[in-house]
Write a protein that binds this ligand. Structure first.
Ligand code: GLP
Length: 240
């Protein structure tokens, strides 16, 4: 694992964007795995600025998002589809049909999960996966105890995750209790992983990740076994 400690959130976002832009320039047909949450917002902002200033093009890029809340349609401002459109897709030249996110209002979750895996496979998998981490070590929405072999599946969100994500909703009661997420096995198949960690509240998670212990009770710990992971963290997350 490569570890890069940045001064603050701004520098972290810049460093992450630089890596993403480099990969897209090297391979304009890249398949990117994208994440939601507060952490990647600054990165997306930098990608937009770069797109406008330097013309980096996403015309031939395909994206797969990690997860989506069950029960939220794309028009719902709290859905991850809405988040991605607003934070990134509507501000760059990507073709919206090439931006894949699980369908949160599917009538058949089993089929939807299979469809997502098939789409990923047809694309030859993710070239670069952007990841955040939950305080409990979750990646995507894979909560503690999720099998390392798991593929795209429906999850019950941990109460700590519901609480952490309530800040984006009008009230905690409105946070969905379930989501569709790429599995840990799915995430591990990406060729390269970029994990972003920001803020003091992630300090304990970082320490546990870097302890090297690999345990399904701490989902992110599997990253210790991936051959090409870069962790970008700010000083607050690094405990400095
Ligand atoms: C959310 C998302 C994850 C994200 C994590 C951390 O629940 N499903 O993909 O990495 O929690 O979010 P944040 O960056 O806001 O701390």
């Amino acid at each position: 694992m490569k570890i890069n400690i940045l001064e603050d959130y701004q520098e972290l976002s810049q460093a992450a964007a630089t890596i993403l832009i480099d990969r897209v320039k090297k391979n304009p047909k890249s398949t990117l795995g994208l994440a939601t949450g507060g952490t990647p917002k600054g990165t997306y902002q930098q990608l937009i600025t770069d797109h406008h200033q330097n013309g980096t093009s996403y015309q031939h890029v395909t994206t797969f998002n990690l997860d989506e809340y069950l029960g939220l349609a794309g028009e719902n401002p709290n859905s991850y589809r809405y988040f991605m459109n607003a934070q990134l897709f509507h501000h760059i030249d990507i073709k919206i049909e090439n931006t894949l996110i699980p369908n949160g209002v599917t009538m058949n979750t089993v089929e939807e999960c299979q469809r997502y895996e098939q789409l990923l496979e047809a694309k030859g998998g993710v070239d670069l996966q952007l990841l955040g981490i939950g305080s409990n070590g979750h990646i995507g929405f894979n909560e503690p105890g999720t099998s390392f072999e798991s593929r795209t599946h429906v999850v019950d969100l941990a109460s700590t995750t519901i609480k952490a994500n309530a800040r984006f909703f009008p009230s905690i009661e409105e946070v969905p209790k379930q989501a569709i997420t790429m599995g840990i096995g799915t995430i591990m198949k990406s060729k390269e992983i970029l994990l972003l960690v920001s803020g003091e509240q992630k300090k304990a998670a970082v320490q546990r990740l870097l302890s090297g212990e690999v345990n399904e009770e701490f989902p992110a710990s599997i990253l210790n076994q991936h051959p090409n992971v870069t962790i970008l963290m700010d000083k607050a997350a690094a405990g400095q």
